[in-house]
Design a protein around this ligand. Structure first.
Ligand code: ATP
Ligand code: MG
Length: 723
């Protein structure tokens, strides 16, 4: 038998070796979906059923794409570099680079990340004199992206009142601005390449005939437009092989639609529906906990996972007084784990929201423990990096107004707001880019702007340099290096800029010049523009120190598909996880529960769950109840590391469990209740006092009742009892 097929169980083997046909692999976490998908690619190629260029594989992150390539390279004696394996964004970018003319884009079009997009919208509102309180840029971006994700251009969006019509008009103006500047946002990458294939029949045929096998991982999290994109590409008779898990659908808030699974089954008349139920990742207790949690969701396709592994260790739960205490405890625990021989890279710290990482990072930093944060403030999103990239973008395209506006006066060169306004007016009058309008500005401001234009010319002259040298040169010539040298805490920024040079070097070394697999065009763009695209798309998955033995910090969302020997899930508090925005409606809560399921199923051997009674978040101290998800873990699987306090619904301890910070005993206006105290209300049940105001007959307290939510109660009326 083909050694590729060793170690597969029967349904996995069936999935890997299906004769060419559409297939849906529906299976729970850790059952080998990704492994099956990768092995199938290897099997199809090694048995000569398809050549490498005939495969298109979509993964969820760049990291996953790289991992897939590495695994394939280990299984097959072929060059996997040129293969079309990537994220939707990455693949669309590749398509648009290859056919930029047909797509109506400049050769060196630039990609706007979310922050760039917002800046661009802000600039638009300003130039149109639109009140950004009526149309907050963030919401406008959200609206625009949502339209694009449904495949709707401004002209196709319906609007029934003035405000909605204005919003659509702004969408249209934004599109025009992007087109003029030669930039595309993330949603545009997808929509533009969809339209390209839809409208350009020869091109569509070419790709339809080329890709014989299209394989999609994490299919449950595709949105409508992505699904249509897949359908279009598969329209020439390709075989669509999708793997997914409805229980892990966690991107509904971004337009993902689990309904795609049912649509796929129906529209493609899928005959091969394969379920995998054996889990190879987690030990028994962890798996049982995950199964128990997800069982509380009423709308599931339904499946249960089992494992041959023993029950393993109990799930450890820890309660702390504050987020700081929680972080310090995690540090101590990690030190102990290290002493026991656990590699740091095999330990993951997961949290619901990025803001939570601060306390953890602080404690890890103080303890001198190396760590890597995925997501959060990503490398390529740091201010100094974005400044340097903006200069590079201006080399590639002087009409890129977002980049222009970012650095025209950074480092400061005396170009004031007044001159910039004049420049903007001139650009608007001439319908040109900011850069092109410079000669129109008179006076001293005009002279300074001309100086900036000179700088861009000089940078341009260096464009022939090898990429890492070019980056170095730009950092120097732009004055960024000198600027940060003079800044008090500029060293870290200088280090990051050096890291950008390294990133450019490793980019050139790794990517080489793509396109060795017989693309129909040789116009993939040059190193600079591919590097810039990479910087926008990579989303921080590369960071300084990659490969070191560092702890892995990330949100649960970014942990999807990954696995670790030890997992900490911290901040398990109602309002945080489940997140308060999603607690009020069933659908939201179900998505949070799926998120919890994803989090728990990342662990192989050991799982820690922790929560804090108080937490500083966004500059405010919050008093929280333990997450309801903790109650959903069967007691027999659990070992409490702190006394299990409070019976029944919520475990609220009355004593500080970690002695590092003295417990505060704020009184609530002489009412006899204190903040942090547990109370009982006849209607709302058990809660925790989180805030207090007034005194005497006017005394009011705010109570977090968990399921019943947060309430202000007048003590003279509400009959509250100490619990
Ligand atoms: N037949 C098998 N024998 C041994 N190990 C296996 C087998 N199948 C999968 N594994 C291992 O189990 C782990 C989980 O597999 P994989 O990541 O492919 O699961 P998944 O279904 O994609 O999980 P997720 O839903 O979290 O993405 C991996 O370490 C994988 O190598
Ligand atoms: Mg997977």
């Amino acid at each position: 038998m083909n050694p590729l097929l060793d170690h597969l169980n029967a349904p996995q083997l069936a999935a890997v070796t299906l004769p060419p046909a559409h297939a849906l692999i529906l299976a729970g976490a850790g059952s080998g979906k990704t492994r099956v998908l990768t092995t199938r690619i290897a099997w199809l190629i090694s048995t000569g059923q398809v050549a490498p260029p005939g495969v298109l594989a979509v993964t969820f992150t760049n990291k996953a794409a790289k991992e897939m390539q590495t695994r394939l390279a280990a299984m097959l004696p072929i060059n996997v570099k040129g293969m079309w394996i990537g994220t939707f964004h990455g693949l669309c970018n590749r398509l648009l680079r290859a056919h930029y003319r047909d797509a109506g884009l400049p050769q060196l079009f630039q990609i706007l990340d979310s922050a760039d997009q917002q800046a661009s919208v802000k600039r638009l509102l300003k130039s149109l004199n639109v009140d950004d309180e009526k149309f907050p840029p963030r919401e406008l971006c959200h609206f625009i992206n949502a339209q694009k994700e449904q495949g709707l251009r401004a002209a196709a969006v319906e609007a029934y009142d003035d405000w909605a019509r204005k919003r659509v008009a702004l969408y249209e103006a934004y599109e025009a601005q992007c087109q003029r500047e030669g930039v595309v946002d993330f949603a545009e990458l997808l929509l533009r390449s969809y339209e390209l294939l839809e409208r350009n029949e020869p091109l569509r045929r070419h790709y339809q005939e080329r890709f014989r096998h299209i394989l999609v991982d994490e299919f449950q999290d595709t949105n409508k437009l992505q699904y249509r994109w897949l359908k279009l590409l598969a329209g020439g008779g390709a075989n669509l092989f999708c793997v997914g898990d409805d229980d892990q659908s966690i991107y509904a808030f971004r337009g993902a639609d689990v309904g795609n699974m049912a649509d796929f089954e129906r529209e493609f008349k899928v005959q091969n529906l394969i379920r995998l139920e054996q889990n190879y990742r987690s030990e028994g207790n962890i798996l049982d906990a995950a199964n128990a949690i997800i069982r509380n969701n009423p709308t599931r396709l339904g499946k249960n996972l089992w494992t041959e592994a023993g029950s393993g260790e109990p799930i450890r739960i820890y309660e702390s007084y504050s987020d700081g205490d929680e972080a310090r405890w995690i540090v101590e625990e990690i030190k102990a784990l290290s002493r026991d021989g656990h590699a740091r890279a095999e330990i993951a710290l997961l949290y619901r929201s990025n803001a939570q990482s601060r306390a953890l990072e602080h404690a890890l930093f103080n303890a001198g423990l190396p760590y890597r944060v995925y997501g959060g403030l990503r490398f390529f999103e740091r201010a100094e990096i974005k400044h340097a990239l903006a200069y590079l973008r201006l080399i590639a395209n002087t009409d890129d107004d977002t980049a222009f506006a970012r650095v025209v006066n950074f480092p400061a060169r005396g170009i004031g707001a007044r001159s910039l306004e004049n420049l903007q007016d001139a650009a608007k009058a001439a319908n040109s880019s900011l850069h092109a309008a410079i000669p129109q500005v008179a006076g001293a401001g005009g002279v300074k702007l001309a100086g900036f234009a000179q700088l861009i010319v000089k940078l341009h002259e260096a464009a022939h340099l090898p990429l890492p040298e070019l980056v170095d040169h730009v950092i120097e010539l732009s004055g960024l290096r000198a600027h940060y040298k003079n800044e008090k805490e500029g060293q870290e920024r200088l280090d990051n800029l050096d890291e950008l040079i390294n990133a450019a070097a490793s980019f050139v070394a790794e990517e080489g010049t793509p396109n060795q697999d017989g693309e129909i065009t040789g116009e993939f763009g040059n190193d600079l523009s591919s590097f810039l695209a990479h910087a926008s798309l990579e989303a921080g998955e590369h960071q300084a120190g990659e490969g070191d033995d560092a702890l892995q910090l990330m949100t649960v969302h970014s942990a999807k598909g990954l696995e670790f020997n030890v997992v900490f899930i911290s901040g398990l508090e109602d309002g945080l996880f489940p997140h308060e925005n999603s607690m009020s409606e069933d659908k939201g809560l179900e998505e949070e529960r799926r998120l919890m399921y994803v989090a728990v199923t990342r662990a192989r051997q050991r799982l820690y769950l922790s929560f804090a009674q108080t937490r500083m978040l966004h500059g405010q101290t919050r008093y929280n109840l333990p997450s309801r998800f903790l109650d959903e873990v069967p007691e027999e699987l659990v070992k409490w590391l702190t006394p299990r306090a409070g019976k029944g619904g919520f475990a609220v301890s009355s004593a500080p469990t970690y002695p590092a910070t003295p417990r505060r005993s704020e009184s609530s206006g002489g009412s006899g209740f204190r903040i942090g105290q547990s109370v009982m209300h006849a209607k709302f049940g058990l809660g925790v006092i989180v805030n207090a105001e007034g005194s005497g007959t006017d005394a009011r307290v705010q109570v977090n009742f968990g399921h019943a939510g947060m309430k202000w109660l007048a003590l003279s009326v509400a009959k509250l009892e100490a619990a």
